[in-house]
Design a protein around this ligand. Structure first.
Ligand code: HEM
Length: 166
């Protein structure tokens, strides 16, 4: 693993806090963050499988549309929200470390794409407005999976050091 939270300036070591966030509070936020963000990754695998099956069974778009609204979107917003809270509440900051900044930008792009493109595409497919949305959903799921896996790798290895704003 890269840089740890127990080193460096401004990490609150000796005060029992990490830039204002108490260790137990940070761990609770971290649990919520990992559950939501990795859950988002998991449900994307489910979407991929459903998108493949929907080529032969278009009625599955209804289930995918429900999953998009009730599972994917809440998980995406929770992953982004808890990530921002953790960044601002610890020494990592939102723009101080390259790995955090890259995750932030990629996740904002993914949340916007999920909200406005994936969900509306699924609603149209479920309503029968568009005939074959399968290929689009398939591509979107593959891109999303790659992105979330990349974010997970960044979170564990924490590469590339500090930015000029650190
Ligand atoms: C798909 C999106 C995301 C995934 C899959 C993801 C995954 C993870 C994982 C697995 C960890 C735990 C790493 C460890 O403890 O070794 C983590 C920690 C962290 N993530 Fe994310 N994350 C995502 C989005 C974000 C966003 C958008 C931000 C910031 C805006 C962010 C900021 C952080 C920070 C600061 C930590 C370290 C927290 C700490 O150790 O106190 N993450 N993330």
């Amino acid at each position: 693993m890269g840089e740890s939270l127990s080193g460096g300036r401004g990490d609150g070591v000796g005060t029992g806090t990490l830039c204002g966030m108490k260790p137990k509070v940070r761990k609770l936020w971290l649990v919520l963050h990992v559950v939501s963000s990795v859950g988002w990754l998991g449900v994307t695998v489910g979407m991929l499988v459903l998108a493949l099956a929907a080529f032969d069974a278009p009625q599955l778009y209804e289930a995918m549309s429900l999953l998009g609204d009730l599972v994917v979107l809440p998980l995406a917003l929770t992953a982004l929200g808890t990530g921002v809270v953790l960044s601002l509440g610890t020494k990592w900051g939102l723009v101080k470390y390259r790995w955090v900044l890259v995750k932030f930008v990629l996740t904002v792009v993914a949340v916007v794409a999920t909200t406005f493109s994936l969900r509306s595409g699924l609603h149209e497919a479920a309503d029968g407005v568009v005939g074959a949305a399968g290929a689009d959903v398939l591509v979107a799921s593959c891109v999303s999976l790659t992105l979330y896996t990349f974010n997970t790798v960044l979170s564990v290895f924490k590469p590339w050091g500090r930015t000029r704003w650190a």
